[in-house]
Design a protein around this ligand. Structure first.
Ligand SMILES: [Zn+2]
Length: 266
């Protein structure tokens, strides 16, 4: 069986497997091993690679995930378009548990993470629009039964692993945040640095700590709500991968044109 893939899905908390009849592939990278062996299978005529972001046994907390190895390994397998589901807290009352959001912006509040492949030379990618416009359009159209994703919003990414204080959560809302999570960065920028299309789809599991009268998020709540919505998320993802373009005409594909990289792309 051919291990190469063109589309990647990086599964978040609660989504540790996606594909059926999949081939497992071990990939090593200059940045170590990815979070888990990658599984590859056909989905509606497309070759899809799946990687559980935290490892299938959830051994990597958000700040310890080998983000660089994960993106490098997917690209090395041939992946050029990535769909990235994740669990998020809602920063606005209308974004309650069970809501899907396809964000269009990102606010980085992480610290101390390796967030670039470019450790030498002057290499600066454009990141004004962190997500692939084609991937976003596909996810917004890939409506399944009771799933109608919210179009747009800024995802605030915190360092974690603790959840936010009420003051932080209110502040994130005041600066324009719609949802908050712990893994959306540096994943998105590392994808851009490898000229990969990257599109997040966020599943709201809680109302974080900022919404008046709410009790403040707990880990138990996040995992329970994500588990309740895994079937909906899988159906959206599997529908979307078949609708991604076969030829990329988006800015992600040409993000590195004219830029001299300090290494050869895998
Ligand atoms: Zn793209």
């Amino acid at each position: 069986m051919n291990a190469a893939a063109e589309i990647g899905v990086i599964g978040g908390s609660g989504l540790y497997a996606l594909l059926e009849d999949a081939e497992e592939v071990e990939v090593s990278t200059p940045y170590g091993s990815p979070s888990d062996p990658i599984t590859v299978a056909d989905v509606g005529g497309r070759r899809v690679a799946f990687l559980p972001r935290h490892g299938r046994d959830h051994r990597y907390p958000p700040h310890k995930i080998p983000y660089r190895a994960n993106l490098w390994a997917l690209r090395a397998l041939g992946v050029r378009q990535i769909l990235a589901p994740c669990a998020v807290g809602g920063l606005r009352p209308e974004l309650g548990p069970g809501t899907f959001v396809v964000p269009d912006q990102l606010i980085d509040r992480t610290s101390g993470r390796a967030q670039t492949f470019y450790d030498e030379g002057a290499v600066h990618v454009s990141f004004a629009d962190p997500y692939c416009p084609n991937g976003r359009a596909v996810l917004l159209k890939a409506r399944q039964a009771d799933v109608e994703p919210v179009d747009g919003g800024a995802m605030v990414v915190i360092e974690g692993p603790r959840f936010s204080t009420r003051a932080e959560s209110r502040w994130f809302t005041s600066i324009g945040g719609s949802v908050v999570n712990m893994t959306g960065h540096p994943e998105a920028v590392l994808a851009r640095e490898l000229a990969l299309c990257y599109t997040a789809i966020a599943l709201v599991t809680d109302l974080d700590a900022g919404v008046e009268g709410d009790h403040g998020v707990t880990q138990e709540e996040v995992f329970r709500v994500f588990g309740e919505n895994t079937v909906r998320l899988r159906s959206v993802l599997l529908a979307a991968v078949t609708q991604l373009p076969t030829v990329r005409d988006c800015p992600c594909a040409t993000a590195l044109d004219g830029i001299k990289l300090p290494f050869d792309l895998p």
